[in-house]
Every structure is written in C-alpha cells, then in structure tokens.
Design a protein around this ligand. Structure first.
Ligand SMILES: Cc1ncc(COP(=O)(O)O)c(C=O)c1O
Ligand SMILES: *[C@@H]1O[C@H](CO)[C@@H](O)[C@H](O)[C@H]1NC(C)=O
Length: 329
C-alpha cells in the first residue's frame, strides 16, 4: 500500500514537472527571465517553476497589492516612487511587510541583476500570504512577496489612439487609490473598449469629472496651452503622472505651455481640449486623437503631447540618478 502510494506520488511529481516544462521548452527566448518568491526564499530562473500557492489569499480572495516599474538601458526608472506607492497600498490593504522596505528594494535590484534583462518591466506583489482558504488572513503565518522580470521592448509611442468612455462602474476611491489586485472593473473596461475598436477607456466619476483610464492616467492640454491632470483624490496616484508634473514646468519656462495643474475637469471641458494623452509607466505618454468617435483638437497627434513625451523619455534614458537606479548586473 505504502509502496504503491509512493510510486504514484513520484510519477505524479515527475509528470507535473514535465508538464510545466512542456510549455517552455520550445520557447527560445524566455519572456520571464527571473522571479523572486518569499515562499521559496530565493530567485527562480526556470519559468516552469514560477508558480504561487493556491492557498495564497491573493489568489482566492484578491488580498494583495502590486506595482510595476520599467527597466531601461539597465536602469530601474522611478524605483523609489513605485516602492513608496507599493508600501502605501500595502498599508491601506492592511498587509504587513514580510521584510523592511530596504530588503524589498534590495531584492528587486538583485532580481533585476540576476535576470540579466536590460529592457522590460519589473512587477511585484505583496500578498496576505498562503495559509488557508478562509476570508480572514488571521491564520496566514506571514505575508508573501513575489516579483518577476518581464523582458519587453520599451519605446516612445508616436502614433495616436482612439478611446471610449467606460460604462463599467469605477472603483470607490478607497479601492481606486490603492494598487490592489482587484482589477476586474479595469479588465472589463479595457475589454469593452477593445470590443469597440478602441485602445482603452476613460472613466468619469460620480460627480461627472474625468478620472483615469483602466491602467493609465489621463491628461489634457487646453486651447490656452494649459496642461491639466485630473486630481488624484479618487484615482491611482500615477508615478509617471507625478513625475510629469515635476518636469512639465520646464515647458512653461520655455514658453510652450501656459501652466501645469491638477483640477476637477468636466467631460465637456475635457472633450473640447486641444490635445489629450494617456500617461503610464510603460508608455510613458500615448497620444489620444479620438474619443467616443469625436476627434480631439484637429484629430492629429499634438505637438505639446510629443514635447511632454520627449521630456519624460529624456528623464527615463538620461535623467538624474535619484530617478534611475543603476542595476549591478
Ligand atoms: C488604475 C491605474 N491608473 C494609473 C496608472 C498609472 O500609474 P503609473 O504611472 O505609476 O504606471 C496605473 C498603472 O500603474 C493604474 O493601474
Ligand atoms: C473637486 O470636486 C470634489 C467633489 O467631487 C471636491 O470635494 C473638491 O474640493 C474639488 N477639488 C477642487 C480642486 O476643486
């Protein structure tokens, strides 16, 4: 009986590993060069082994938060801004850190080095952790930290896209302001946009003010050359949008823009803007030329949008080293 059990068990593990490898063995260039898991206590280079436990509360209850940053030319862009937001999200989701911030940061830098990846994204999660299948995390012994490097091309967006107003209800401010893993509204919102041949969507809040896109912020340039971003009270405080607010005054000094601000923006005001754009880590700016089948401005990619894109891009490839962390490969 015992023998039989052990034999079946061994065959199962062997078959399982074969099965996990089957997907990856024909793939020449692995898209996920490295993962870290606090459950394993180390870095995994084999994509077949990049798994997380099913009793992790992030998996079955959505009790987890995450963040993402860009790797460009072997530097981690805005790592500290993303890490700060990550810890704010964790605090709002009442997830205690398994390690201090400095350790989390060091793991992310070491993971990127181990991946050998010079261009792509770094995604990481804090979870209430594995333990059981209950709702409460009370019996989860420790929170879990996972991170993965994704090799990808990061480049400036030069052509404009079409967007629609989302009909999917947006998340309440308490949930929209923390980057938690409950992205079902965001997923349904982008799927709705894609169904209509649009790139993505725009959320409008209950007061009729412009909010954000499903995984991006949005910004406008008025006919008076004012750069306006919706204020961050009810939406995710975008690291890229925040950085743009720091950099854009340069265009005011040069006389290209009149002013830079955050404000409550109505749909009417927004739709009559001269230029419109998405802002997000991996873009960093994507021009929007059409909204609900109506052109924005003259319906062409705006000059000021591209000037802002250049400003951010320059910061990403040659900005100060407080914003670009050199990875010790
Ligand atoms: C809902 C939402 N809004 C905005 C953003 C843009 O934020 P960031 O510039 O930090 O990528 C993201 C992506 O992180 C997001 O998921
Ligand atoms: C924006 O509108 C909200 C109500 O939705 C209000 O509480 C807030 O003070 C307004 N902010 C500004 C900057 O006008």
């Amino acid at each position: 009986m015992c023998h039989w059990y052990i034999l079946i068990f061994c065959v199962c593990v062997y078959q399982l590993i074969e099965k996990l490898h089957e997907k990856w063995s024909p793939v020449k260039k692995k898209p996920y060069p490295a993962m870290y898991s606090s459950v394993f206590g180390g870095i995994i280079l084999d994509p077949a082994m990049m798994v997380i436990p099913i009793d992790d509360h992030m998996v079955h209850r959505g009790h987890g938060v995450f963040d993402t940053g860009v790797i460009l030319d072997g530097y981690l862009y805005e790592l500290d801004a993303h890490l700060d937001r990550f810890l704010r999200s964790a605090s709002k989701a009442r997830i205690t850190l398994p390690f201090p911030r400095s350790t989390l940061r060091s793991i992310l830098v070491q993971l990127t080095a181990a991946s050998q990846c010079k261009e792509g994204t770094l995604r990481y999660w804090l979870s209430a952790g594995p333990g059981n299948f209950l709702l409460s995390p009370a019996k989860c012994p420790t929170s879990a930290f996972y991170a993965v490097v994704i090799a990808d091309v990061v480049s400036q967006c030069k052509s404009g896209v079409k967007v629609i107003t989302s009909t999917i209800p947006m998340k309440a401010p308490q949930f929209a302001t923390m980057k938690n893993v409950n992205y079902l509204p965001n997923v349904l919102s982008i799927m709705e946009a894609e169904d209509e041949g649009a790139y993505a969507s725009i959320w409008v809040d209950d007061d009729g003010f412009i909010a954000e896109g499903p995984n991006v912020n949005v910004a406008f340039i008025t006919n008076d050359k004012e750069l306006i971003l919706p204020s961050f009270d009810k939406i995710l405080s975008g690291c890229t949008a925040k950085r743009l607010l720091e950099l854009a005054p340069k265009l005011v000094e040069q006389g290209h823009l009149k002013s830079v601000k955050t404000a409550n923006l109505t749909v009417m005001e927004a739709k009559s803007a001269a230029e419109m754009m998405y802002i997000g880590s991996t873009l960093p700016i994507l021009p929007i030329i059409m909204w609900d089948e109506q052109p924005i401005g003259d319906g062409k990619v705006g000059d000021l949008t591209m000037a802002l894109s250049d400003l951010l891009w320059h910061d990403m490839v040659a900005g100060p080293n407080t914003h670009r962390i050199c990875v010790p490969y």
